[in-house]
Design a protein around this ligand. Structure first.
Ligand SMILES: Cc1cc2nc3c(=O)[nH]c(=O)nc-3n(C[C@H](O)[C@H](O)[C@H](O)COP(=O)(O)OP(=O)(O)OC[C@H]3O[C@@H](n4cnc5c(N)ncnc54)[C@H](O)[C@@H]3O)c2cc1C
Length: 381
């Protein structure tokens, strides 16, 4: 796994497709109902090299491009959004923050464990009082000799109870506001940090979403990630890349739902015809296919720009906004095409419909994406 030419990408994707069909698809509903994180599937994804795709080989990664990564997230999401969400949070949030802003000692300590999948990473910005307004972080980190002492809690953290390490944002200088937030690497077996409430969710139920609570959590001073005061700015840069992952997640879920609806429309007969022979259903199918291609093109544009080193704030927000909003519509149409059967758990569109909503919320809601895009447009004027 080291090249990005399209034939090699196709080989990588075929390996992943085969894995998803054999190891994930048969268990999707069972994991969803039990809200069970699929540890064994993640161990195998790690063995196959899919948990460190975008990191250099010297850290155990596969050295693939962001475009490759986007295609990988899409492929997994086409089968199970929960697995794709956990993979994306591990790769483009937790691991990437350590890789992008970690010093050499931090990279050497954490990246090989993360790229192999021996450890999963979480990433915590959101708090009860600081959601869209993440600059309103209340968790504090106070320097005490050779340690930092963290107090506070982080909400809705993906991989919180199944991960081994988290990157957490905390206030180190209240007077400096956003420039007074720093990021820290916290190992999750460290005394003083514990997993709190496990969320009982509408969708993405096999992904792990919990609160992390810090009570006098003392970590070594060397676990400051990047420069003191740069944590908020750096997390916004991490989200620029992360949003490409969420756009891909949306495209993948939409594709899974569309493929199921296309197949069903060719099998289901009413009024003596296949329902795909009705023009009303054909219009749905045509619109869904067009929306998926448009969403993927925007996502690929953002990914390619990131691969060429460009700033992608606007492009990734546009991709995430468009892909997630159309994916919600596509899953709605997919259920509609199934009629009553779309409402029943025996058919996969029921779960796609529940999972997809997260895409318009996680890593910044659609409203926040619009604010990001508008700010970028106005700064250009
Ligand atoms: C399953 C799941 C997994 C998650 N994983 C993680 C994770 O791993 N790490 C992490 O840090 N966070 C994670 N999150 C948190 C997620 O990023 C936040 O839920 C999201 O950013 C929104 O914050 P909020 O829920 O507090 O909503 P709020 O900020 O309270 O928003 C409520 C509503 O108000 C709107 N709104 C807010 N401000 C404005 C404004 N200025 N203009 C217009 N509208 C506005 C919002 O768009 C939304 O519609 C996860 C969430 C979920 C549900």
């Amino acid at each position: 796994m080291s090249s990005t030419v399209s034939s090699e990408r196709e080989t990588i994707l075929q390996t992943l497709r085969d894995f998803c069909e054999a190891e994930i698809r048969p268990h999707v509903l069972e994991w969803d109902e039990a809200q069970q994180f699929p540890r064994e599937a993640f161990r195998k994804l790690g063995e196959l090299g899919f948990l460190g795709t975008i990191f250099p080989e010297e850290y155990g990664g596969a050295g693939l491009s962001i475009r490759d990564y986007a295609a990988i997230v899409e492929e997994v999401a086409r089968v199970d959004g929960s697995v794709a969400l956990a993979l994306a949070a591990h790769t483009s949030l937790g691991s990437n923050h350590i890789y992008q802003f970690g010093n050499e000692a931090q990279r050497r300590r954490y990246m090989p464990k993360l790229t192999s999948g021996e450890w999963l990473a979480a990433w915590g910005l959101t708090e009860a009082e600081a959601g869209s307004d993440s600059g309103g972080t209340r968790t504090t980190a106070v320097k005490d000799g050779d340690s930092w002492v963290l107090n506070g809690s982080k909400n809705f953290i993906t991989n919180a109870s199944v991960g081994s390490v988290a990157v957490l944002m905390a206030v180190t200088d209240r007077t400096a506001r956003r420039h007074g937030i720093s990021s820290f690497i916290v190992e999750l077996d460290n005394p003083g940090i514990r997993v709190g409430k496990k969320e009982n969710k509408l969708g993405m139920r096999a992904s792990d979403t919990c609160t992390l609570v810090m009570e006098d959590c003392r970590i070594p001073s060397g676990n400051l990630l990047g420069r003191e005061g740069d944590g908020f700015i750096n997390s916004m840069k991490i989200l620029d890349g992360g949003r490409i992952g969420i756009a891909s997640l949306a495209v993948g879920i939409a594709r899974g739902a569309f493929e199921a609806a296309l197949k069903y429309s060719q099998e289901r007969r009413q009024f003596g015809k296949r329902i795909c022979d009705f023009e009303g259903i054909q219009f749905y199918l045509a619109e869904m296919a067009t929306q998926i291609d448009a969403a993927r093109l925007l996502t690929e544009r953002a990914a390619s720009a990131k691969d060429s080193g460009q700033r992608v704030t606007r492009l990734s927000a546009m991709a995430k906004l468009f892909a997630s909003e159309v994916a919600v519509q596509i899953c709605d149409r997919a259920v509609q095409i199934h009629g009553g059967y779309g409402f029943i758990k025996d058919f996969p569109v029921e779960k796609f419909y529940r999972d997809v909503k997260l895409c318009t919320i996680g890593e910044g809601t659609s409203e926040i994406q619009k604010l990001v895009i508008a700010k970028d447009l106005l700064e250009e004027v």
